[in-house]
Design a protein. Structure first.
Length: 176
């Protein structure tokens, strides 16, 4: 039987805060958007008991609630979340990309990598039960950071303040 192929404008690999944020933007920009998530939408933040440092929430918000709200917002703008593990990626920006998953192949004009990270485990007793409560793992400044954004964050952090531009596309004051 022929393998199923799904076609979309934008395919986002990873449904954590970065992928969901990208999904909100792309969906709101009228692009057909698929978010491919191998586990729980919300990523690491969905496993966090309380988040105290998310802008706009002056009271702590439970991680699962925050991630559900992100999912709802992305879906409101038309992004579709598909349970899928992406195992390979081929193609280029000129010809388009093909993502290879368990269930299907996904053709997309643009791909956003938002696969996040896995915190290294210490292997100490109680880590499994306590890690969502006692651990503090603040994100880099751009919590919703794609791989590209992470890169630009670290390079900006290494640039003297006086040489940083004020009108970069990621400037927090920009509205779209
Ligand atoms: C216990 C804990 C507490 C934390 N507390 C806070 C806090 O209080 N405040 C704060 O700011 N930050 C906190 N963090 C950090 C925060 O959760 C992360 O910075 C944030 O989730 C990173 O978002 P992300 O979307 O980049 O990556 P992730 O959240 O890691 O999401 C990446 C997603 O991609 C998916 N994925 C990966 N590979 C594939 C693939 N091949 N195919 C399909 N899907 C794939 C993963 O399943 C995952 O859902 C905490 C983290 C942990 C673990």
């Amino acid at each position: 039987m022929a393998r199923k192929t799904v076609t979309t404008d934008v395919a986002i690999i990873g449904g954590g805060p970065a992928g969901l944020t990208a999904g909100i933007y792309a969906g709101r920009g009228q692009l057909d958007t698929l978010i491919l998530e191998k586990g729980l939408p919300g990523g690491q933040i969905a496993q966090t008991e309380e988040v105290e440092n998310y802008p706009g929430f002056d009271e702590a918000v439970p991680g699962p609630e925050l991630s559900q709200r992100m999912v709802k917002q992305a879906e409101k703008f038309g992004a579709r979340i598909v349970m899928e593990e992406v195992e390979g990626l081929s193609g280029d920006a000129y010809h388009g990309f093909v993502l290879h998953g368990y269930e299907a192949d996904y053709r997309a004009r643009a791909v956003i990598l938002a696969t996040g990270a896995n915190p290294r485990r210490l292997g100490v007793p109680g880590e499994d039960t306590r890690s969502t409560v006692a651990a503090s793992r603040p994100a880099p400044p751009a919590t919703a950071s794609s791989t590209a954004a992470r890169r630009s964050w670290s390079s900006e952090a290494a640039t003297p303040r006086s040489r940083r531009g004020c009108s970069s596309p990621s400037s927090p004051t920009r509205s779209s």
